[in-house]
Write a protein that binds this ligand. Sequence first.
Ligand code: ZN
Length: 80
Amino acid sequence: MLTEAYALWIVPPAEKVRHATRPRPGAWIQGDVVQVLCEKKVKAPFATPYGKTPRSNGIDERCPECLQALVDETSRNWDA
Ligand SMILES: [Zn+2]
């Protein structure tokens, strides 16, 4: 399926590295548990209030295990 062909790099609350995940962020509810590619379960990033810069903005470090789990997906950073 086309929607599974890409991954998003998210920064879970209180973390400083990005993990990759495949589900669409539109389907997440704040505080939801999200399965990321390195098998960890993390919390969905909290939504940033309108007009504020997301906390994860500027975080570019990526989890090496998630990176390895990506095969040929396109991936991009996603900030809540
Ligand atoms: Zn990871």
